[in-house]
Structure formats: structure tokens, C-alpha cells
Design a protein. Structure first.
Lengths: 282, 318
């Protein structure tokens, strides 16, 4: 169930998330750092303040669902699930290791608390539509959240799903776009411009809200408004910073998938974090 | 169409829609997902009118259809997603791979009008590779029923079976091979004609033609062991190996490319278990075209006449 908010505690938790995520990825030698760090406050807000989940019963029928369509941001979700008690924190250091339950891209069959598999971009919103439809058919009142990447929004299937959800008025579906303005090959505006992104979603008959994806109050207030919308699905454009608080790659395209070949590179990334006063949980 | 007509007097697509509607009466998990081809699939009107709350039309958006099917399935529904064969297989191959098979979501995918049966829609719609590409996908079962009775039994099995399945659906009326008593098995193929001279292996649309050939050959004194494989994956290797061991000659025929489908499965099994000369009939490594069935059978060499000829002379150059 949602937890009480303490700003200082949540700030500290966000810093610890970034510290652990960066260590997990660097320890494994490579990984999707930027798009994991940009989602830290959104994911914490969802799992601590917004979503109804039961770590002791990951498949609880009335839980809120999350489809992490940008499946490469698995590490940030894994840290949230471990810290919420879905599985032991000690597992976190096994990211990408042989036989791990924590693969680079999210997998519903491997990780307790992961509701849908994703990794081939553009597919998650369709699955989220199916999950929202199933809830409606069964008369259940839980919500389905879906986190998309901004670069992912280049995929045509996203817009097939968008048109479907708008037409079918799936108001139990709340999508969040991690709008960090970067994709693998550069800034989104240079690769294939997404703007006017809010207007695009409105044209597809969605309610569109925008928020600072690193501001606790804005996230909580905006997702609260999103939950109250009736008769339409909601897209929340979360304005974020890719690789936030990891200074060597913050807001840089190369943060997407970092290589960490040796101790020096490891020290660069870990030493480049704005907050480092944490110990690892494994 | 009336309910009193014998099932084999009804187009296969209507049997599909009617059967799903009946099954949905008993099982509220069954959902139909269509991509603007529900009349072609036969789920409109039979299913859409009987169960409008479990009938989903996504429009011309097959990738979304598969993804929605996956989302429904992980929530416990049993979605049957249908489209023309090329759009239910090659167009959505990655969606089927990741959202369905890799996620092991309990989605049933139905490719209608397989191979040359798409007729006047021609080369763009003639998919000859769906058995092959679905067969190489982990977790995926692959079916191709030959008549309406087998289709019905396959649909009941699909709903009972926990896991992704791809099925070819011939839309047209088919000659009856079986009757109401038939029960599909995913473990065993069906021996439709016994013989010791040559093993003939068929599936789906080609099975009635293969049976016709086997009967004609019997009159000539050529004894055909006809094995019908409604389930191309998992593949019943034992029956094939036993038959090939007796006959020493194998012919395969399918409404597909000769590469990678039923013929491919047969060759893989025999190469490892009992090396035997195999003649594969079907479409060579070519695309389709707008043409009559007779023209396409002649051009690609897999009509009844070619089956008979191959059974008489299984090895090229003999």
C-alpha cells in the first residue's frame, strides 16, 4: 500500500537508488544507465505513493499493474521492487549475471513483481491496453500504468495502441512518457522530432498532463489528477534528465548504454554521482 | 447456413466463428481479437453478436492486435487473434516473438487463407512461410487442421492448452476427412491410409489431395502410408521414423514453401533418426501470384498428379 511521504527520506532514497543502479550496471560491465536514472523519482513515487501492490503477493489480482515498455530501464524497476520487498536486495548485484532473475530487459517470467515482458520497443502500450481491457471485462478497478521512452515513441505500434485506447476510452490506463529528450543517436529533436508531442496524444483522444519527473510534489499531484480522469486514457509527459545526477554522462547521448571496461571507468561513474554517502545492500 | 447442415457443408471460417462462440458460452476467458477482418475470419457475426463484450476489433493494426492479445493473456484471458496469414505471421513476427512467445503469454494466433487459398488476393497475400517461421519459435505450437471436424477439435485443444499456439485456418468449405467423433491429438499424427511402399506426409489444406492421391495409387498397386500432421509442432517423430523404416521412401506435400515447414521438419527428423530419401512437394523458393489453384499446382508441382508421380518415383532421376 502507498507509504507516508517524508521529503528528506525520499530524497535520500532517490540518491541511494542512483548509487545502487550505477553500481549494478557498472559492476556488470555495461548497461542502460541514462534511462534508468531518469526514472528514479517516477518509479519511487509509483511504488511508494501511487500504486497499490503487495510485495508478499506479486500476482495479487487487484494490484495496480506497471508495464515498463522501455524495458531496458529494468535496473531502476529492480531496485524499486527489491527495496519494496518483492525479493531480497542481495539479488540486485546479479544484474545480467549467468542465471540471474534480473535481466537487462524486463521479463515477467523471471522477476517477481514484473507484470509484463518488454525489450523490443513499441510493444508495451499494446499489452497495457490488453491488460486494461481485461480489467474492464472483469469489472476490476485497478489501474494499468505504462512507461514509454521518448525515443520509443518513434515506433508505429505506439500510435496503433494510442488510437485504440483513445477510441475505447480506456480510463484505467495511465501512460507516462520518460521525456528526457535523448535517444541512442542523439537528441530526439535531431533524430526524429516528436513535437508537438502533447498535441499528438490529444489528437489521439488522450488526456495529456505534464510534470517535472524529478519533483516529488509535481509527480504526486499530476498522477493523482491522472487517476481521476474519466472517459479517456491519460498520457503524462514526464520531463526528465537522462542519467540525472551522474555527472560524467548526465544529459548526454552516450549515457544510453554505458561501457564500463575497467576499474577506472567504474570509479569515473561512481565518483561522478552527486550523492555518494551510501553503502551497497549486497 | 443453418444449424442443421452437416458441418462439412459449411465454410471453415464459419465453423471457426461458431465454435468459438459456443466455447465462449462455457468459458468466459475466451476473447476474440480481430484486425478489421472479422467477417473474413468468420467471427462476425457468430461471435461478435453472441459475445459483444468479449469481441475486440483493433482496426487495421495487426501489431497492436498481437500486443493486446498478450496483455489479455497475462491477465488470464484466452484471446484468439486472427488475420490473413501473412499479417498474422510475418508482419507481426517480432510482436509474436517478444510479447507472446518469449513472454509465454497464452495467445492463440490464427492465420486465415493460408498459402494459395488466398486466391485472387495474389502474391502480396500469399504467405508460404508461416509454418516455417512459427515452427522455429520457442514455446509456440503450430497447427494446420485439414477439415471442419479437425478444426473444431483443434480449437477446443487450443483453449485447454496453456501456451501460445499458431493455427492455419483455411476459410473455404473443405472436403470431410473426419467426422464428429474425431479428437485431435498434439502428440500423434493421423494415419489416413496404410501402406508399405511409400510414406506420404501431409498437413492442412493438402491432406484431402494427398488422400485422393493415396486412393488412386492403391488402384495402381502402390501402397501409400499416408500420415497427416495436424500438429506440425510439436512433431510426432516416432510415427514418421517407424513408417520411413518400413517404406524406405518419403514424400511430403504442403501448401507452403518446401523450405522449413512440414518438409523441413520431416527432413530434420529423418536426417538424425533414420536417413531416408525425401521428396518435398510444395512451393519452391518463390513468391505467389494471382492465379487459379490449378495453375499454381501445375506451376509449382504439388497437385494430386504431382503427388501421385512423386509417390511412384520418389527420387529424382530414378
Amino acid at each position: 500500500m502507498p507509504c507516508e511521504f517524508d521529503r528528506e527520506e525520499f530524497d535520500r532514497l532517490a540518491g541511494e537508488f542512483r548509487y545502487v543502479i550505477t553500481d549494478m550496471i557498472c559492476r556488470s560491465g555495461s548497461g542502460h544507465l541514462g534511462g534508468s536514472l531518469s526514472l528514479v523519482e517516477v518509479i519511487i513515487s509509483l511504488y511508494w505513493r501511487i500504486m497499490r501492490v503487495d510485495p508478499a503477493n506479486p500476482r495479487w489480482e487487484d494490484r495496480d499493474r506497471l508495464v515498463l515498455s522501455k524495458g531496458h530501464a529494468g535496473p531502476v524497476l529492480y531496485v524499486a521492487l527489491a527495496y519494496r520487498g518483492f525479493f531480497p536486495k542481495e539479488e540486485l548485484c546479479t544484474l545480467n549475471a549467468d542465471g540471474t532473475c534480473l535481466p537487462s530487459h524486463v521479463d515477467r517470467l523471471r522477476t517477481p513483481g514484473v507484470d509484463m515482458t518488454a525489450g523490443s520497443l513499441g510493444q508495451g502500450l499494446s499489452a497495457a491496453c490488453g491488460m486494461a481491457l481485461a480489467a474492464r471485462m472483469d469489472g476490476r478497478r485497478h489501474r494499468v500504468f505504462c512507461i514509454l521512452g521518448d525515443g520509443e515513441s518513434d515506433e508505429g505500434q505506439v500510435w496503433e495502441a494510442a488510437m485504440f485506447a483513445g477510441h475505447n476510452r480506456l480510463d484505467n490506463l495511465i501512460a507516462i512518457c520518460d521525456y528526457n529528450k535523448l535517444q541512442i543517436d542523439g537528441f530526439t529533436q535531431d533524430v526524429v522530432g516528436l513535437e508537438p508531442l502533447a498535441d499528438k496524444w490529444r489528437a489521439f483522444r488522450w488526456e495529456v498532463l505534464e510534470m517535472d519527473g524529478h519533483d516529488w510534489d509535481d509527480i504526486y499531484e499530476t498522477l493523482g489528477r491522472a487517476s481521476a480522469v474519466e472517459g479517456r486514457p491519460v498520457m503524462v509527459l514526464a520531463h526528465t534528465v537522462k542519467a540525472k545526477d551522474c555527472c560524467p554522462v548526465e544529459n548526454k547521448p552516450e549515457s544510453h548504454n554505458v561501457r564500463v571496461p575497467d576499474e577506472n571507468a567504474y570509479a569515473t561513474f561512481m565518483g561522478g554521482l552527486r550523492r555518494r554517502d551510501y553503502s551497497l545492500p549486497y | 447456413m443453418t444449424m442443421d447442415e452437416p458441418l462439412h457443408e459449411i465454410e471453415m471460417r464459419f465453423v471457426y466463428g461458431r465454435t468459438l462462440a459456443e466455447m465462449a458460452e462455457e468459458d468466459d476467458r475466451i476473447v476474440v481479437v480481430e484486425a478489421d477482418l472479422s467477417k473474413a475470419s468468420g467471427t462476425t457475426p457468430a461471435f461478435s453478436q453472441a459475445h459483444p463484450d468479449r469481441f475486440v476489433n483493433v482496426g487495421v493494426a495487426e501489431a497492436n492486435m498481437i500486443g493486446i492479445g498478450a496483455g489479455l493473456a497475462v491477465e488470464g484471458k484466452i484471446p484468439f487473434c486472427a488475420s490473413f496469414t501473412p499479417f498474422a505471421s510475418r508482419r507481426v513476427y517480432d510482436q509474436v516473438t517478444i510479447s507472446v512467445a518469449y513472454a509465454n503469454a497464452n495467445v492463440k494466433i490464427v492465420g486465415t487463407a493460408p498459402g494459395i487459398t488466398t486466391g485472387p488476393n495474389g502474391g502480396t497475400h500469399m504467405c508460404f512461410q508461416d509454418l516455417a517461421i512459427m515452427r522455429v519459435m520457442p514455446n509456440m505450437g503450430v497447427l494446420s487442421p485439414c477439415d471442419c471436424y479437425e478444426l473444431r477439435s483443434c480449437l477446443h485443444w487450443m483453449a485447454r492448452h496453456e501456451g501460445p499456439v499458431y493455427m492455419q485456418l483455411v476459410r473455404l468449405k473443405q472436403r470431410a476427412v473426419f467426422d464428429e467423433s474425431y479428437r485431435f491429438s498434439a502428440e500423434r499424427c493421423v494415419r489416413l491410409h496404410e501402406g508399405g511402399d511409400v510414406t506420404l506426409v501431409s498437413t492442412g489444406y493438402m491432406t484431402p489431395f494427398a488422400l485422393e492421391a493415396a486412393k488412386a495409387l492403391e488402384a495402381e498397386g502402390v501402397a501409400v502410408d499416408l500420415l497427416h500432421y495436424p500438429c506440425v509442432k510439436p512433431f510426432d517423430a516416432e510415427t514418421l521414423v517407424e513408417s520411413a523404416g518400413r517404406t524406405g521412401r518419403v514424400v511430403t506435400v504442403e501448401n507452403q514453401s518446401i523450405l522449413g515447414g512440414l518438409g523441413g521438419a520431416v527432413c530434420e527428423v529423418l536426417a538424425e533418426r533414420r536417413p531416408t530419401p525425401v521428396k518435398r512437394l510444395g512451393v519452391p523458393d518463390r513468391f505467389g501470384e494471382v492465379a487459379s489453384e490449378e495453375y499454381l499446382f501445375e506451376k509449382h508441382g504439388f497437385g494430386v498428379r504431382h503427388i501421385e508421380q512423386a509417390c511412384r518415383e520418389p527420387r529424382q532421376g530414378d
